[in-house]
Design a protein around this ligand. Structure first.
Ligand SMILES: *Cc1c(COP(=O)(O)O)cnc(C)c1O
Length: 499
């Protein structure tokens, strides 16, 4: 069975025709070629496709239409906060003063950008209750590494060298244990209690003189607020360890919970999630990190410094020897940071609190709409996302969560996150975000309920979905293990993608 539909098209190379061209150079001098030194000229022409301009434009625009995007439909991918990104941010990020500034521009002519970065750091510190923020890390995962390297530096400077373990709950994002091991630590996994929170007894038992840090996501990746957080953090500090907060779920708690005030020593922000930068295609993002008093000396260099005369400058490389050093080139992904600044300023403090309140309301509404159709393993109010399970439906019909997700594509929706967190059987992690209308939430709930009914009446229809997408059911294991990324010429004109 072919896995591709008719909407996939041949590549530009296949559509190329010798001698066909698009670009016109106005009045080229007759001796244009002679002006190039002989040794700089090609012996053979480059193997570029030859096409006219409309065909090139149509090729790319049609390809772009095969993509799912939050601008084309509802995108409830749990743990990812695929909120709608206001176009105002795009305008701000493209202002020539920001977009065209050279990354090596001296401080004197980069004052506007430096001021924006400094103000964004202050805003993130205020939002999180942290003492100071670095904007350098390029994404959440790199923010985690930055935070854990600072924790490592803190213990080393105190001569506390026996700490080689990091505790991570079993509901955590895969980047948490990956970060700990990249920084040279052993990961100890802490099981969750039946209510979805951290198992406090097991957590206490694992804490000790070898614990360097604990990494906690709050609200957790189950969409649940860790209500015993005060007790957990007190135990961490009593054991001489530091507490890292994975702040990817900040969209649930803006204006309601400040990790710094609660006692976390360090956290990262996923600016591209919470503060509205388009993401999902692999970047760019930004993962600023906030620290409390203990880790202040270790922040990456260069920091943006405000001077007494009202101007701003970048820290000199040798100015703060306690720093862990540079985590990324220049000052971070500035375009993403401009978007975050625009978003935060446009909302203001009360607006950001409303964002979180609406995100939590939307998730709880959707959860209640699905309560009669799916299993809800954690039956207490959720934050901005929730886990539903199709375990009972599967036992009755043989239809799996993966099948439901594929069938949702036929209904025009992006599927939720599935089989994550790993601790829920046949799980779906659904995050609607605050930017969707009640009608959209209802349409999504109606689609899932209709698909569950199909699973009872015509399970084959669901198991073979998607039926309308340009790419059908793929062999995901082979795709991951033996990715086929090389283009080969087609044998005939019959089907594109001969492999
Ligand atoms: C998205 C996410 C991360 C990783 O962030 P990136 O910006 O994708 O590197 C870490 N933890 C959690 C809980 C997340 O949802």
């Amino acid at each position: 069975m072919s896995v591709t539909g008719p909407r996939l098209q041949p590549t530009l190379f296949e559509r190329s025709r010798p001698g066909r061209g698009g670009g016109k150079i106005p009045h080229p001098p007759k001796d244009a070629l002679d002006r190039l030194p002989t040794e700089a000229r090609r012996a053979t022409p480059p193997a570029l496709p030859e096409m006219n301009e409309p065909d090139v434009v149509r090729h790319y625009v049609n390809l772009s239409q095969l993509n799912f995007a939050v601008d084309t439909g509802f995108y409830p991918l749990g743990s990812c906060t695929m909120k709608f990104n206001p176009k105002l941010n795009e305008w701000a990020a493209r202002l020539p003063g920001f977009a065209e500034l050279h990354p090596l521009a001296p401080d004197e002519i980069a004052q506007g950008t430096l001021q924006l970065l400094w103000e964004l750091e202050q805003a993130l510190a205020e939002i999180s209750g942290m003492r100071a923020v670095t904007l350098q890390p390029a994404a959440g995962a790199q923010g985690e590494l930055t935070g854990i390297l600072m924790i490592r530096a803190y213990h080393r400077e105190r001569g506390d060298l026996g700490r080689d373990e990091v505790l991570v709950p079993d509901s955590s994002h895969g980047t948490n244990p990956a970060t700990a091991s990249m920084a040279g630590y052993r990961t100890i996994t802490i099981p969750s209690a039946p209510d979805g929170g951290v198992d406090v007894d097991k957590f206490r038992a694992a804490l000790g003189p070898r614990t360097a840090a604990v990494m906690i996501t709050n609200p957790s990746t189950l969409g649940l607020f860790e209500s015993r957080i005060g007790e957990l953090l007190a135990a961490v500090h009593e054991a001489g360890a530091l507490a890292y907060m994975d702040g990817a779920n900040l969209n649930a708690i803006l204006g309601r919970f400040k990790p710094g005030e609660a006692g976390f020593d360090v956290m990262h922000f996923n600016v591209h999630k919470t503060f509205s930068t388009p993401h999902g295609g692999g970047g760019p993002g930004a993962g600023p990190v906030g620290v409390g008093e203990r880790l202040l000396p270790y922040l990456p260099t260069p920091r943006v410094l405000a001077q007494d005369d009202g101007t701003f400058r970048l820290e000199r490389p040798d100015e703060r020897p306690t720093s862990i050093g540079r985590m990324r080139s220049f000052v971070g992904n500035t375009g993403v940071l401009v978007r975050a600044y625009a978003y935060i300023r446009a909302h203001g403090g009360s607006g950001l609190r409303e964002v979180s309140d609406d995100a939590v309301l939307a998730a709880n509404y959707l959860k209640s709409r699905l309560a009669d159709t799916f299993d809800l393993p954690y039956d207490r109010p959720c934050k901005h996302e929730f886990v539903a399970s199709a375990a009972t439906l599967k036992a009755r019909t043989g239809v799996r969560t993966l099948d439901l997700a594929k069938r949702l594509i036929d209904f025009g929706f992006h599927p939720p996150t599935i089989y994550f967190p790993l601790i829920v059987d046949e799980g779906m992690l659904i995050e609607p975000t605050e930017t969707e209308s009640a009608e959209t939430l209802d349409a999504f709930a109606d689609a899932l309920i209709a698909i569950a009914a199909e699973a009872e009446s015509t399970p084959e229809l669901v198991k073979t979905a998607p039926h309308t997408a340009p790419v059908k059911r793929l062999d995901e294991a082979t795709a991951a293990r033996q990715p086929n990324l090389r283009w080969r010429p087609m044998a005939g004109a019959a089907t594109p993608c001969p492999d």
